[in-house]
Ligand binder design. Structure first.
Ligand code: FES
Length: 297
């Protein structure tokens, strides 16, 4: 019997309250008879990169309903690179624990992980790997690139370059502030090949995200359709009982490392991939990165 049916179908006062409180949200017995899909959302007003996830959650829910599932959204810690001090990296493992325990502790048959900014992706994958329930990752996508005076600007590699020019007296205050108005032009994570672009691409190479996840911009309607398709797919994975440990295998990690080399991705990925693999009992020694990098153009 599935985890959700064990929960909703339980006898005595426990099952009675499980059903009664779910009915209080407007759902009925038919809804509770479907595979229950958790939508683990890292949306937060303190994480601008992840704001798009508010809309994508609705698209995922549509997909889950279409495929005969019962979607229930819940929040986990959101790590915003810009706001957190001194660095979001100190909180990655805490976020992974939050994700793992929220998946383990609730009557879910499958999970969609909604992530975007740098550390939210590895944290969610670490937690989901440990919980090992069927899951798909959907990221919010990269922001649109910025433009100023004929230049294409990347957040936030150019934030640093332009600040250096301002401090050297090569840009005046008014110009510097004018660039600030348009360098981060839309929702989404940094569009340069930093940690977020890298990890959301590697999730695709690991097989835990649908094709297209790494590259479709946040502002592009294909991102919404990808989220809806993920909603449909997770219902099938939950019914088939396909677990992250069956998808994120040693071969999948080697595929991800190869992609990391091919795209010239963030060196932070070495730390994050090793941490995710560790949750699955896999070892990714540096010698493996070295060997794969030598054969990858
Ligand atoms: Fe969120 Fe760069 S600040 S991805």
């Amino acid at each position: 019997m599935s985890r959700s049916q064990t929960f909703f179908g339980e006898g005595g006062v426990a099952g009675f309250t499980h059903r009664a409180f779910t009915k209080a949200m407007g759902y009925d017995d038919q809804d509770m008879g479907r595979p229950t899909i958790g939508i683990c959302n890292t949306v937060s007003d303190l994480n601008p990169c992840n704001l798009i996830l508010r809309d994508l959650a609705d698209a995922v829910k549509r997909g889950v309903w279409q495929a005969g599932g019962f979607p229930l959204e819940f929040p986990t810690i959101s790590l915003g690179e810009i706001y957190l001090n001194p660095t979001s990296m100190l909180l990655r493992n805490l976020a992974a624990m939050d994700t793992e325990e929220m998946i383990r502790g609730q009557p879910l048959d499958g999970v969609v992980l909604l992530v975007n900014c740098d550390k939210t992706t590895p944290a969610a994958l670490m937690g989901a790997a440990s919980a090992d329930l069927p899951c798909i990752l959907v990221s919010g996508g990269p922001m649109l690139d910025g433009h100023w005076n004929g230049q294409r600007l990347g957040a936030c590699t150019d934030c640093r370059r332009l600040t250096a020019e301002y401090r050297a007296g090569q840009l005046d205050e008014a110009t510097y502030r004018e660039i600030e108005d348009g360098i981060v032009r839309s929702h989404g994570h940094c569009m340069v090949m930093g940690t977020a672009s890298t990890m959301n691409s590697l999730a695709e190479a690991l097989g835990i995200a649908l094709p297209g996840n790494g590259a479709i911009p946040a502002a592009d309607s294909r991102r919404v359709r990808l989220a809806e398709a993920a909603g449909r797919r997770i219902v099938a994975l939950a019914q088939e009982g396909v677990r992250p440990s069956q998808i994120m295998t040693q071969a999948a990690f080697e595929n991800a490392i190869t992609l990391l080399c091919a795209i010239g991705g963030s060196t932070n990925a070495v730390v994050h991939l090793a941490a995710i693999a560790g949750r699955l009992g896999l070892d990714l020694p540096l010698a493996l990165f070295d060997r794969l990098s030598r054969r990858t153009p």
